[in-house]
Design a protein around this ligand. Sequence first.
Ligand code: DAT
Ligand code: MG
Length: 149
Amino acid sequence: MERTFIMVKPDGVQRGLVGEVIRRFETKGFTLIGLKLMQVSKELAEEHYDVHKERPFFGGLVEFIGSSPVVAMVWEGDGVVAAARNVIGATNPLTAAPGTIRGDYGVSIGRNLIHGSDAIETAQREISLWFNEKELASWQPTITPWLYE
Ligand code: DAT
Ligand code: MG
Protein backbone atom coordinates (compact mmCIF):
# COMPACT_ATOMS: atom_id res chain seq x y z
CA MET A 1 0.00 0.00 0.00
CA GLU A 2 1.26 3.50 -0.87
CA ARG A 3 2.54 5.74 1.93
CA THR A 4 3.31 9.44 2.24
CA PHE A 5 5.08 11.70 4.70
CA ILE A 6 3.06 14.62 6.08
CA MET A 7 4.35 17.25 8.50
CA VAL A 8 2.34 19.94 10.26
CA LYS A 9 4.89 22.76 10.29
CA PRO A 10 5.56 25.00 13.32
CA ASP A 11 2.93 27.54 12.22
CA GLY A 12 0.28 24.82 11.93
CA VAL A 13 1.07 23.50 15.42
CA GLN A 14 1.15 27.01 16.93
CA ARG A 15 -2.18 27.85 15.32
CA GLY A 16 -3.89 24.75 16.73
CA LEU A 17 -4.46 23.10 13.36
CA VAL A 18 -3.04 19.64 14.17
CA GLY A 19 -6.48 18.17 14.84
CA GLU A 20 -7.95 19.76 11.71
CA VAL A 21 -5.16 18.32 9.54
CA ILE A 22 -5.57 14.83 11.03
CA ARG A 23 -9.36 15.07 10.67
CA ARG A 24 -9.10 15.87 6.96
CA PHE A 25 -6.87 12.88 6.20
CA GLU A 26 -8.88 10.53 8.45
CA THR A 27 -12.27 11.46 7.04
CA LYS A 28 -10.92 11.25 3.49
CA GLY A 29 -10.24 7.57 4.18
CA PHE A 30 -6.48 7.38 4.62
CA THR A 31 -4.87 5.37 7.41
CA LEU A 32 -2.55 6.90 9.99
CA ILE A 33 0.41 4.59 10.59
CA GLY A 34 2.94 6.93 12.26
CA LEU A 35 2.66 10.08 14.36
CA LYS A 36 4.98 12.14 16.56
CA LEU A 37 5.42 15.68 17.84
CA MET A 38 9.04 16.73 17.74
CA GLN A 39 11.50 19.60 17.85
CA VAL A 40 13.46 19.43 14.58
CA SER A 41 17.27 19.74 14.55
CA LYS A 42 19.02 21.95 12.02
CA GLU A 43 20.61 18.79 10.54
CA LEU A 44 17.26 17.08 9.98
CA ALA A 45 15.64 20.22 8.52
CA GLU A 46 18.59 20.66 6.14
CA GLU A 47 18.46 17.02 5.06
CA HIS A 48 14.69 17.13 4.57
CA TYR A 49 14.90 20.24 2.36
CA ASP A 50 18.20 19.26 0.70
CA VAL A 51 16.65 19.64 -2.77
CA HIS A 52 16.19 23.37 -2.04
CA LYS A 53 19.66 24.05 -0.60
CA GLU A 54 20.65 26.48 -3.37
CA ARG A 55 17.43 28.48 -3.12
CA PRO A 56 17.47 31.93 -1.47
CA PHE A 57 14.78 30.93 1.04
CA PHE A 58 16.67 27.79 2.24
CA GLY A 59 18.26 29.34 5.35
CA GLY A 60 15.03 30.93 6.51
CA LEU A 61 13.10 27.74 5.83
CA VAL A 62 15.48 25.58 7.88
CA GLU A 63 15.39 28.10 10.73
CA PHE A 64 11.58 28.21 10.61
CA ILE A 65 11.18 24.41 10.69
CA GLY A 66 13.34 24.29 13.84
CA SER A 67 11.70 27.28 15.51
CA SER A 68 8.89 25.39 17.30
CA PRO A 69 7.62 21.77 17.34
CA VAL A 70 6.23 20.03 14.28
CA VAL A 71 3.95 17.00 13.99
CA ALA A 72 5.35 14.33 11.67
CA MET A 73 3.03 11.69 10.25
CA VAL A 74 2.89 8.80 7.82
CA TRP A 75 -0.40 8.13 6.04
CA GLU A 76 -1.27 5.12 3.93
CA GLY A 77 -3.79 4.47 1.16
CA ASP A 78 -4.23 3.93 -2.57
CA GLY A 79 -2.80 6.95 -4.39
CA VAL A 80 -2.15 8.77 -1.10
CA VAL A 81 0.94 10.69 -2.29
CA ALA A 82 -0.81 12.67 -5.03
CA ALA A 83 -4.13 12.81 -3.17
CA ALA A 84 -2.47 14.31 -0.08
CA ARG A 85 -0.93 17.03 -2.24
CA ASN A 86 -4.45 17.85 -3.43
CA VAL A 87 -5.78 17.94 0.14
CA ILE A 88 -2.87 20.27 1.07
CA GLY A 89 -3.17 22.64 -1.90
CA ALA A 90 -0.70 24.77 -3.85
CA THR A 91 2.55 25.95 -2.26
CA ASN A 92 1.36 29.58 -2.07
CA PRO A 93 -1.69 29.68 0.23
CA LEU A 94 -2.94 32.85 -1.48
CA THR A 95 -3.45 30.95 -4.73
CA ALA A 96 -4.24 27.55 -3.19
CA ALA A 97 -7.82 26.51 -3.91
CA PRO A 98 -10.46 27.03 -1.23
CA GLY A 99 -11.21 23.67 0.35
CA THR A 100 -7.52 22.79 0.57
CA ILE A 101 -5.67 23.14 3.87
CA ARG A 102 -3.40 25.93 2.61
CA GLY A 103 -6.28 27.57 0.73
CA ASP A 104 -8.47 27.60 3.82
CA TYR A 105 -5.94 28.56 6.50
CA GLY A 106 -2.93 30.34 5.04
CA VAL A 107 -1.91 33.72 3.57
CA SER A 108 1.84 33.44 3.02
CA ILE A 109 4.22 31.03 1.25
CA GLY A 110 6.71 31.00 4.11
CA ARG A 111 3.90 30.06 6.54
CA ASN A 112 2.06 27.45 4.51
CA LEU A 113 1.27 25.18 7.45
CA ILE A 114 2.01 21.74 6.13
CA HIS A 115 4.38 19.58 4.09
CA GLY A 116 3.50 16.58 1.95
CA SER A 117 5.82 14.39 -0.14
CA ASP A 118 5.71 15.28 -3.84
CA ALA A 119 6.26 11.80 -5.36
CA ILE A 120 6.36 8.14 -4.34
CA GLU A 121 10.19 8.03 -4.30
CA THR A 122 10.34 11.27 -2.28
CA ALA A 123 7.84 9.79 0.18
CA GLN A 124 10.03 6.71 0.70
CA ARG A 125 13.08 8.90 1.27
CA GLU A 126 11.25 11.22 3.69
CA ILE A 127 9.58 8.41 5.66
CA SER A 128 12.93 6.71 6.29
CA LEU A 129 14.50 10.06 7.17
CA TRP A 130 11.84 10.91 9.79
CA PHE A 131 10.74 7.53 11.15
CA ASN A 132 12.27 4.24 12.26
CA GLU A 133 10.47 1.15 10.99
CA LYS A 134 9.49 0.36 14.63
CA GLU A 135 7.62 3.67 14.88
CA LEU A 136 5.27 2.68 12.05
CA ALA A 137 2.24 0.52 12.81
CA SER A 138 1.12 -1.73 9.98
CA TRP A 139 -2.59 -2.21 10.54
CA GLN A 140 -5.72 -2.43 8.49
CA PRO A 141 -8.84 -0.58 9.66
CA THR A 142 -11.92 -2.80 9.88
CA ILE A 143 -13.78 -0.29 7.68
CA THR A 144 -11.48 -1.06 4.70
CA PRO A 145 -14.24 -2.94 2.74
CA TRP A 146 -16.37 0.22 3.09
CA LEU A 147 -13.62 2.37 1.58
CA TYR A 148 -12.34 0.09 -1.19
CA GLU A 149 -14.39 -2.02 -3.60
P1 DAT B 1 5.84 22.40 -1.34
O1 DAT B 1 5.94 22.53 0.16
O2 DAT B 1 4.47 22.79 -1.84
O3 DAT B 1 6.29 21.05 -1.84
P2 DAT B 1 8.35 23.44 -2.38
O4 DAT B 1 8.90 22.05 -2.28
O5 DAT B 1 8.50 24.14 -3.69
O6 DAT B 1 6.80 23.49 -1.98
O7 DAT B 1 9.05 24.36 -1.28
C1 DAT B 1 9.25 23.86 0.01
C2 DAT B 1 8.88 24.91 1.00
O8 DAT B 1 9.77 26.02 0.87
C3 DAT B 1 7.48 25.51 0.81
O9 DAT B 1 6.48 24.73 1.41
C4 DAT B 1 7.63 26.85 1.45
C5 DAT B 1 9.08 27.22 1.15
N1 DAT B 1 9.15 28.07 -0.06
C6 DAT B 1 9.03 27.66 -1.32
N2 DAT B 1 9.14 28.69 -2.18
C7 DAT B 1 9.35 29.78 -1.41
C8 DAT B 1 9.54 31.15 -1.67
N3 DAT B 1 9.55 31.63 -2.92
N4 DAT B 1 9.70 31.98 -0.62
C9 DAT B 1 9.70 31.52 0.64
N5 DAT B 1 9.53 30.23 0.97
C10 DAT B 1 9.35 29.38 -0.05
MG1 MG C 1 8.15 20.17 -1.95
